[in-house]
Design a protein around this ligand. Structure first.
Ligand code: SER
Length: 893
């Protein structure tokens, strides 16, 4: 290759694409940083001998002439976005299959120069990406709701998103993406249209000021142009059906309402919004989420085929376009296959996207029903994209295991048939562009998590890289970054070891992969010994990891001396403790050799201690849980005595985690709303640090000790005493509704003969509604009532997946599912009735005055109205699953 003494001339064709031009400039910049003299398209003469780098598309006349003049024969035939880079004695040719290919050829050489400090001596590579879409996303969202607004509703304004208008920040971010050869950028927002387009028919829908509107037009123009130069397609994501706030107010309707049917007005408004957007931003793609504020798959089909696609077509027609730009469809909260089957006949260029394993990284061996969804979608023949969604189990510590990520990308291809990657920020999605690290100025996620982006992008480009070569590659990357040479290997080991901890723990002990749970805030004993009470998200265990046992299953098999199946809880805690030990040992080995980026290294090192403390905390809790669950069968108090030291020890590890995080982290989870339920509610931004969790875990230990002491004292009062619920009178708008007093022998439905066999003590005596099941099967249940004080309405959900029964509130697919505090099970297995599934009671809180309880189609029970300020002890009454099943979680309350 060229030498630092010899000047370099990068020559690009007469009318180069913006991408080739950008690539040439980027390469020139990197060469200069490394001590080369570089010009672009300088006039050459006999006296001035340049080392020449030619950049263009392979097929161009210019490129062909240059190749023959320089006597370089190119044989490689790269596909889309691919390139050939070949050097001769005094020249280097970079030919792209297309404009992106020319760009990526330059990036390839630039990255080699960055890595080695010099141009490669000689090179002959032909390369092209494996995945066709390689993208990252940014949440144009916040950790909390804006005043007067609800989930996902964040107009684009400088007040809410100062960073959105920061051009330098965009350039930094886009440069990071292009250096990683990523080609798509997704912006996630509920309803972006009313910030970006004006509608002739609905001028009042605009929800930003004229001044902001101009700024939005300007910055969107800037962003898309800068992205395009870097080969990046900008895609705007939106939820449905969300309306602009002024539009909704004008029409006296809600901005979003899951139970609202499609109306001509909202369809017309949305169709026109989309058309205007396509017309105004012809280079921006759309990613459509048919939810969460929309119910029924039939409505999803109708909305997509009769509103969204026609909106896109209207916009294209305005531009006189006859092509079909891609529309991407999310599988979230819809039946994507059903929608695709209906939509493909009217629009061909559809892509599908589904969450890889939900909202957490849990495995590189995905399977089960969610794996089947991926397969069904990829088999449609269009491009299917795996979405590495919110990393609810990785927030907020650093994550960058090259091994885990490499294997995951292989699984995307092999298990899912996916050929695209959509990557979320590693942490703090709701708080972009920052991380949760304490300190001023705050760290930028794109900088802190550089290894997150570079690992995923590297394997999205090529998942077939040889593992041994990869160890060398990352050793050098990390060795260079921290100036620790070959000890980069130890840093990689620390990442690989720590990188197993959160995935293994969540898939084996978690309640959900969704952001309803923040794993790294720990779990309560009640959640470990009776996870069902917290409603394990259906499909999670089957889909998000290898086959194995829950702790509660393990304990039963252990007691019955039955063989264990697959990955066991005991195996996993042993493994994570070992991962924690190895991660810290490795990082300590590297520490002595670090000569660069010291401050970041200390933070990374601290994260390794955090992970170790967390693994140790979990290990002790699971061991305590195993003894407690044994007691469930043995009734031997010695088993509970055996659990105590483990629980005490777990608290010591938690205290050390508090120490490691107190000065280093602002929070664990970036979604700081009441949608977070596990380990505990995140209402009003509470319970987001390890220090805040400490008193809860201390209380758990105290409760256990207290209950244990009572158990040992035979004269003590009945342990599981429950307080009756305080009935509240309400006036029902519909006088025809039948009521009854909850008691054994009472009939549950007006038109069915099921009667109560057993019922939880605290429900007895409440005034319940005897609703007609036939009506519930066909229409929503709407109960309007007036109350003089705030009330909780007790709603009984029948535990069955049958579509005849109302399905319980599901935060995983409906962020509004806790608006009335209804997300949690208050009393599990509260009622037994012959041949009906067991009943879980949830509560809906209402203020005083006139209220309406709306339940979607499906049978459910309304079991009473009670004082909203009375605390309800969450418990499992154990009725309904055959005989009364003893549960042991009460020991911790
Ligand atoms: N859970 C929400 C979704 O999947 C937020 O990311 O869209």
């Amino acid at each position: 290759g060229g030498s630092k003494e010899q000047p370099i001339n990068i020559v690009i064709g007469e009318k180069p694409s913006v991408r080739a031009e950008f690539g040439a400039e980027r390469l020139a910049g990197i060469l200069k940083e490394n001590g080369y003299q570089v010009s672009i398209n300088a006039a050459e003469s006999e006296e001035k001998k340049f080392y020449r780098i030619v950049v263009d598309e392979l097929g161009s006349e210019f490129f062909q002439l240059q190749a023959s003049e320089l006597g370089v024969a190119l044989s490689g035939q790269p596909g889309k976005e691919g390139f050939v880079a070949k050097s001769s004695k005094n020249a280097l040719l970079i030919g792209g299959a297309d404009a992106s290919g020319a760009l990526y050829g330059c990036i390839e050489i630039a990255n080699r120069v960055k890595r080695n400090g010099k141009l490669p001596h000689s090179i002959d590579v032909t390369d092209q990406p494996e995945m066709v879409l390689r993208g990252a996303c940014i949440g144009v969202q916040k950790p909390v709701y804006l005043p007067g607004r609800t989930v996902y509703e964040y107009p684009y304004t400088p007040e809410t998103f100062p960073w959105f208008y920061d051009k330098n920040l965009w350039v930094k971010y886009l440069d990071m993406l292009v250096d990683n050869r990523m080609n798509s950028l997704y912006l996630w927002n509920g309803h972006p249209f009313a910030s970006l387009v004006k509608l002739k028919e609905y001028p009042y829908a605009l929800e930003v000021s004229e001044e902001t509107f101009k700024k939005n037009e300007e910055i969107f123009g800037f962003l898309t142009a800068e992205a395009n130069k870097r080969g990046i397609f900008v895609i705007q994501m939106f939820y449905n059906i969300l309306l602009s706030k002024p539009f909704a107010e004008k029409h006296h309707i809600k901005t979003q309402d899951r139970s609202r049917p499609i109306t001509p007005l909202i369809a017309d408004y949305t169709r026109k919004s989309i058309a205007a957007f396509i017309e105004k931003y012809p280079n921006v793609g759309l990613l459509v989420c048919l939810g969460e504020a929309m119910d029924t798959h039939e409505d999803d089909v109708e909305w997509f085929t009769k509103t969204i696609i026609p909106g896109v077509k209207d916009g294209l027609a305005q531009l006189g376009r006859t092509d079909e730009p891609p529309i991407l469809l999310r599988a979230h909260d819809t039946n994507c296959k059903m929608v695709m089957d209906a939509a493909l006949p009217i629009y061909k260029n559809l892509y599908t996207m589904n969450k890889y394993t939900g909202e957490s990284l849990t495995t590189y061996q995905p399977r089960g029903p969610w794996g089947a969804t991926h397969k069904a979608l990829s088999e449609l023949g269009s491009v299917h994209i795996d979405n590495v969604h919110i990393l609810a189990n990785l927030e907020p510590f650093r994550y960058g295991s090259p091994e885990f990520i490499r294997k995951t990308v292989i699984a995307m291809h092999e298990a899912h048939g996916a050929n695209g990657l959509h990557l979320y920020p590693q942490a703090s999605y709701w708080d972009w562009p920052y991380t949760a690290d304490k300190g001023s100025p705050r760290l930028l996620e794109m900088e802190r998590d550089w290894i997150w982006y570079s690992t995923w992008a590297r394997y999205a480009w090529n998942s077939k890289l040889d593992p041994r070569g990869e160890t060398k590659y990352w050793t050098k990357e990390l060795g260079d970054f921290y100036g620790c040479g070959k000890y980069g290997l130890k840093v990689k080991e620390a990442y690989d070891e720590s990188g197993e901890i959160a995935p293994k723990l969540l898939r084996r002990f978690g309640i959900t992969e969704g952001n309803r749970q923040t794993l790294l805030l720990g779990m309560f004993m009640s959640q470990l010994v009776n996870p069902y009470k917290f409603r394990i998200y259906p499909g999670f265990y089957e889909s998000c990891g290898p086959e194995g046992e829950k702790l509660i299953e393990w304990a039963e098999r252990e007691w019955k001396k039955e063989p264990h199946v697959g990955e066991t809880p005991m195996q996993i805690i042993d493994e994570v403790v070992e991962h924690g030990r190895k991660a810290t040992a490795a990082i300590e080995k590297a520490a002595k050799h670090v000569t660069k980026n010291d401050a970041e290294f200390s933070r990374l090192k601290n994260d390794m201690y955090c992970y170790r403390a967390f693994a140790n905390f979990f290990d002790q809790k699971v061991k305590a849980g195993a003894h407690v669950l044994r007691y469930q069968y043995s009734s031997d108090i010695a088993d509970l005595d055996a659990a105590l030291p483990y629980l005490e020890k777990s608290l010591e590890h938690w205290r050390s985690l508090v120490e490691f995080t107190n000065d280093t982290y602002l929070y664990a989870n970036s979604m700081q709303t009441k949608q977070r339920r596990v380990p505990i509610g995140g209402d009003d931004g509470k319970n987001k640090t390890w220090a805040e969790m400490l008193p809860h875990y201390e209380r758990e230990l105290e409760n256990f000790k207290k209950n244990l002491a009572q158990l040992k004292n035979p004269t003590a009062a009945k342990l599981e005493s429950v307080t009756p619920l305080e009935r509240r009178r309400v006036r029902l708008a519909n006088q025809n509704l039948k009521i009854y007093t909850v008691a054994e022998g009472e009939q549950l439905f007006a038109d069915r003969s099921y009667t109560i066999k057993n019922v939880a003590e605290e429900l007895k005596g409440l005034t319940a509604l005897r609703l007609p099941m036939d009506a519930q099967l066909n229409e929503k249940t709407i109960i309007t009532f007036t109350c003089d004080t705030p009330v909780n309405v007790l709603v009984g959900y029948l535990n069955s997946n049958s579509r005849d029964y109302l399905q319980p509130p599901t935060l995983e697919t409906n962020a509004s599912a806790n608006d009335h505090g209804q997300a949690e099970v208050r009393i599990a297995n509260a009622i037994a009735a012959d041949s009906l599934p067991s009943v879980n009671v949830h509560t809906y809180r209402f203020a005083k005055g006139e209220n309406t309880l709306e339940l979607a189609k499906g049978a459910a029970l309304v079991l009473g109205f009670v004082n909203a300020s009375q605390a309800i002890t969450q418990r499992d009454a154990g009725y309904g699953s055959g005989q009364k099943r003893e549960t042991v979680d009460w020991l911790f309350y």
